[in-house]
Design a protein around this ligand. Structure first.
Ligand code: NAP
Length: 314
């Protein structure tokens, strides 16, 4: 007989891990597929201080604890890259480079990917002064001058984190107001007052100059004047976009590309659920992601039970 899972979970972030724990608790035959490392975006967050039960914990440590919890359930995990999905039929197919896995239900939790800066030769500078992760690359810039681009929580956190090691940090944001939480913005301004962080507000990136990053040209939006900053590194933190390339085109997305669900995490396709940052959620936080995962796993459970009952009647 064909090997068909009750449930396949795509991704290894908090939403998917939570779904995995609930699926195992409710005894669903489950496969979770993750291509790289567990934890998703939280592994790039220096410190988490708003997840219940942890006053302050590094993103990596929290991800590790979640992973250990998941593994303790005995869930089957495939470390493979999903390249294509066929989700319309009762039996859903998930293709990786080497396998085709089948299930009655699929939970999509593959998160988001970083938004690129959009300047010429961006790829050439990656690893040569241009970075998307202060957590991985901060120590390379000890005593040096760096720029951070963005105005949300990630950019503010990056600027603060980098200022602990760098000699000077420019924070470049395209508006006057920051999108980040007021507590973080307050902390930012306290460092700005020391001169360690300089704000470049209403500026947008224009060009990177040098064989490796040596200068960063930015444009003052109201006047169109160019300013040239001498920098050793540039950190990009301008948000993320939905990671939906491998998802069946018939699954409905919103105008920004996020997958649309109802409050039960159901997409427009029966047996297909979506959780975490890739969903059109009003709040992208660990707590909402783990909640999504729990709801999706329980919704999938009753869907799969009904499908099996129908099949047995045939
Ligand atoms: P975000 O909140 O979407 O902010 C992106 C920032 O980049 C915005 O300030 C945006 O400017 C700017 N931006 C976007 N496209 C740009 C472009 N092409 N050129 C220049 N600037 C551009 O992204 P995020 O900061 O990565 O945060 C993502 C989510 O994770 C948020 O919900 C955030 O709260 C959450 N998060 C939470 C924590 C925490 O709680 N510790 C830490 C990190 C992230 P505008 O403001 O003008 O749109």
């Amino acid at each position: 007989m064909e090997d068909i899972y009750d449930l396949i979970i795509l991704g290894g972030g908090p939403a998917s891990m939570s779904a995995g724990i609930y699926a195992m608790q409710t005894k669903q035959k489950t496969l979770l597929i993750e291509k790289e490392a567990f934890g998703g975006q939280i592994t790039t967050t220096s410190s988490v201080s708003n997840y219940l039960g942890f006053e302050k914990i590094s993103g990596r440590e929290l991800a590790q604890k979640m992973h250990e919890h998941l593994v303790s359930t005995g869930i089957e995990i495939a470390y493979e890259e999903v390249v294509k999905t066929e989700l319309e039929s009762t039996i859903k197919k998930v293709h990786t480079h080497n396998n085709c896995y089948k299930a009655y239900a699929v939970i999509i939790g593959i998160g988001t990917q970083v938004r690129r800066l959009g300047v010429d030769n961006e790829n050439k500078y990656l690893g040569h002064g241009l970075s998307y992760s202060s957590l991985n690359d901060r120590d390379k810039f000890e005593g040096k001058t760096v720029a951070v681009v963005g105005g949300g929580n990630s950019a503010i956190e990056d600027a603060i984190y980098l200022s602990e090691k760098a000699q000077k940090v420019y924070l470049i944001h395209r508006r006057m107001e920051f999108r980040g939480d007021s507590k973080l913005v307050e902390e930012l301004y306290s460092i700005v007052n020391t001169g360690k962080i300089e704000l470049c507000l209403e500026y947008k990136p224009k060009a990177i100059v040098g064989e490796v990053v040596t200068q960063f040209e930015i444009t003052h939006i109201p006047t169109d004047q160019t300013r040239t900053l001498d920098v050793d590194g540039i950190f990009v933190a301008i948000g993320r976009g939905a990671n939906t390339d491998i998802i069946d085109e018939k699954i409905v997305r919103d105008a920004s590309g996020y997958i649309v669900t109802n409050e039960k995490m159901e997409t427009n396709m029966p047996g297909v659920y979506c959780v975490g940052d890739i969903r059109n959620t009003p709040l992208r936080q660990i707590v909402t992601a783990t909640s999504d995962g729990a709801i999706a796993a329980i919704t999938a459970l009753s869907y799969v039970k009904n499908i099996k009952l129908e099949e047995n009647k045939k």
